[in-house]
Design a protein around this ligand. Structure first.
Ligand code: UDP
Length: 141
């Protein structure tokens, strides 16, 4: 199985709930390693750039407003099948549809304030990791 890197964001709602550690623990318990991490207050422009793929969607402005409403905790997770594994740990976008025991089922309030982001494919993971972290700041171990 391939060792992958993926970008994880703990969104402003989960940061405000003070559950960063609980969420990171789930990644670690599943065998993923934190290869880089930092707290960031995104600017409007940065949030718009990060979510540019959604710019024509009706929820785009609300999504950007939400993502800049407070600091986020961004991290690179590394491990076997990290991209899919992270998505499975996160659960469905809408917490009402997320499987029991997933991060969104346990910590998210709504489809917009849904606790976490995770890259959805190899190409997006590479772009999203590079958006936040210079290559020299990501540590395989
Ligand atoms: N989103 C929203 N309303 C929707 C769909 C998505 O507010 O109807 C937000 C939500 O925060 C989601 C993000 O836009 O996490 C990106 O949507 P995507 O479909 O890529 O979901 P994800 O990959 O985060 O599960």
């Amino acid at each position: 199985m391939a060792i992958e890197r993926t970008l994880s964001i703990i969104k402003p709602d989960a940061v405000a709930k003070n559950v960063i550690g609980q969420i990171v623990s789930r990644f670690e318990a599943a065998g993923l390693k934190v290869a880089a991490a930092r707290m960031v207050q995104l600017s409007r422009l940065e949030a718009e750039q990060f979510y540019a793929v959604h710019k024509e969607r009706p929820f785009f402005k609300d999504l950007v407003d939400f993502m800049i409403s407070g600091p986020v905790f961004v991290q690179v997770l590394e491990g076997e099948n990290a991209i899919l594994k992270n998505r499975e740990l996160m659960g469905a976008t809408d917490p009402k549809k997320a499987a029991a025991g997933t991060i969104r089922a346990d910590f998210a309030d709504s489809i917009d304030a849904n606790a976490v982001h995770g890259s959805d494919a190899t190409e997006t993971a590479a772009v999203e990791v590079a958006f936040f972290f210079p290559a020299l700041d990501v540590y395989s171990r």
